[in-house]
Design a protein around this ligand. Structure first.
Ligand SMILES: [Fe+2]
Ligand SMILES: [Fe+2]
Length: 165
């Protein structure tokens, strides 16, 4: 049975991996809306936690598979975006050491989402269209990304199980 693609949007679109990245971007955008529009601290913290988790897995997927694969084909496409990741990764590490209830955490978190939103905007408006123009065969990259994501989900599930013990 071929479960690599389907129309529901839930499986990984191996032949269009950029779509899965945009799906992550949109999920973060929705959560940022929730974060910004809520007056409830609990809702804000919950949205922030989800954003941080998503950002972490999304960045890891791009840094471990997507960017290196593109770099192999055309290194000029990628440098700027990798630099931006270094900046946001640093803030992510700092935030992981703090509690989101820490008064210093939320300003830092807001700086992070500002940077991240600008970054994903640039990826979508500059980087992804250039990939398309370059006519790169995305299928091999998509298959690697699918495998990486499946493994990440597996590792996270194991960690959650261990945490629940
Ligand atoms: Fe990125
Ligand atoms: Fe991205």
């Amino acid at each position: 049975m071929d479960t690599t693609t389907n129309d529901s949007g839930s499986a990984f679109p191996v032949d269009r991996p950029v779509e899965s990245l945009i799906r992550d971007h949109n999920l973060v955008r929705t959560l940022v809306e929730t974060y910004r529009n809520s007056d409830s601290d609990a809702v804000k913290i919950n949205a922030a936690e989800q954003i941080l988790m998503l950002m972490e897995t999304h960045s890891l997927l791009e840094e471990s598979v997507f960017y290196p694969a593109v770099r192999e084909i055309d290194p000029t496409l990628i440098g700027h975006f990798e630099q931006e990741h270094q900046k946001t990764d640093q803030i992510l590490v700092e935030l992981k050491r703090m509690s989101l209830n820490d008064p210093q955490a939320l300003p830092l978190f807001e700086q992070l989402i500002e940077l991240h939103l600008q970054h994903v905007e640039e990826e979508e408006n500059q980087f992804f269209p250039r990939l398309e123009q370059a006519g790169i065969d995305m299928m091999p990259i998509g298959l690697q990304m699918q495998a990486f994501e499946a493994n990440m989900v597996h590792v996270q599930a194991q960690a959650t199980q261990q945490g629940a013990r």
